[in-house]
Design a protein around this ligand. Structure first.
Ligand code: XMP
Length: 319
């Protein structure tokens, strides 16, 4: 696309003009926005950029490997893989209140990023994948509630705390333009079309107390559900899809035995912007096949339900 080609060149020049020969750090989540921002800045200033991928132990199956593998090995981006799962999971032990979970994760995220940024040494700029709608939103929220949904991915509060200047090369773009720019930069379609994933990750898909055992079960079930959706060619029609592991165990039968394992809920919605959403009308064969696959393959789950709540009155996430 020639327009994006021209935009890319202009944006690269603007980054060089702004940054000069200073160092830049970027929190890379693997989401489209931070990925495109990182690639663009890398194109502009190469090794002056360092990215930090914070692994809070609440990622989906194979997610850390996929993101780190792609950016470090395929794109040669200088990338620190900060495996801080022990820290996050130990601080979340015994916590079941959803807002408390978010607070703990958000606070630790800042500490961890700050620590790794300090180790890199002397970065003057912090890169963020802020989009135009985020700019508008933060203006309209000025003086109002300080917690917005974006506060996790966009590392809210970090620049102030660290006394850094911001590089925000996507500030003028809407989501579809960011995707086009990502394609222009060679990001694979599979990456560009990824469903949104919340900053607190699996923590808010595990209502009640979070344990490693529950997270492991959740990851397996979630991977099967997403695989089913891809196999049936439905991924791109859906805004977000995931499994939540429920804080309840139910009785089942398996072979000659009785089981007493967790129930889970499948969630899939269509949406334009995440503000409102409709549950996805899967056909019953799809749901039956998915339930059978999950129960057969995931020890620890013996019951699968489908969440048919739209938003409002529900939210997309369970917490
Ligand atoms: P809800 O559950 O509020 O979600 O209908 C709307 C969208 O926001 C995402 N979400 C979050 N994203 N930090 C995030 O970065 C959060 O704490 C958070 N809570 C919800 C959710 O995945 C959906 O896309």
């Amino acid at each position: 696309d020639w327009t994006m080609g021209a935009y890319r060149e202009q944006a690269v020049q603007a980054i060089r003009d702004q940054v000069g020969d200073a160092r830049v750090i970027c929190a890379l989540s693997g989401g489209v926005d931070s990925s495109v921002a990182a690639l663009l800045i890398h194109e502009a200033i190469g090794e002056q950029l360092t990215c930090v991928f914070v692994d809070h132990g609440l990622l989906r199956k194979n997610e850390a490997e996929e993101v780190v593998g792609m950016f470090r090995d395929h794109y040669n981006l200088p990338l620190v893989h900060a495996d801080e799962s022990d820290l996050f999971l130990s601080r979340l032990e015994g916590v079941s209140d959803p807002e408390q979970k978010r607070k703990i994760i958000g606070g630790l995220f800042i500490d961890v990023f700050d620590k790794h940024a300090g180790e890199i040494g002397g970065a003057e700029f912090l890169a963020q994948g802020t989009l135009y709608p985020d700019v508008i939103e933060s203006v309209s929220f000025a003086g109002g509630p300080s917690v917005t949904i974006k506060s996790h991915h966009n590392v809210g509060g970090l620049p102030e705390k660290m006394g850094m200047k911001l590089v925000e090369p996507l500030r003028e773009l809407f989501k579809d333009e960011v995707r086009a720019l990502g394609r222009e930069l060679g990001l694979p379609d599979r990456f560009i079309g990824r469903h949104p994933f919340p900053g607190p990750g699996l923590a808010i898909r595990c209502p009640g107390e979070i344990t490693r055992a529950k997270l492991d079960i959740l990851r397996e079930a979630d991977a099967i559900f997403i695989d089913q959706i891809r196999r049936h060619g439905l991924y791109d029609e859906i805004w977000q899809a995931f499994v939540a592991i429920l804080p309840v165990r139910t009785v089942g039968v398996m072979g000659d035995g009785r089981t007493y394992d967790y129930a889970c809920a499948l969630r899939a919605v269509t949406s334009v912007d995440g503000m409102t959403a409709d549950y996805y009308p899967f056909d019953h064969d799809f749901l039956g096949e998915t339930a059978t696959r999950i129960i057969n393959a995931v020890p620890g789950i013996n019951r699968v339900t489908y969440d048919i709540t739209s938003k409002p009155p529900g939210t997309i996430e369970w917490e």
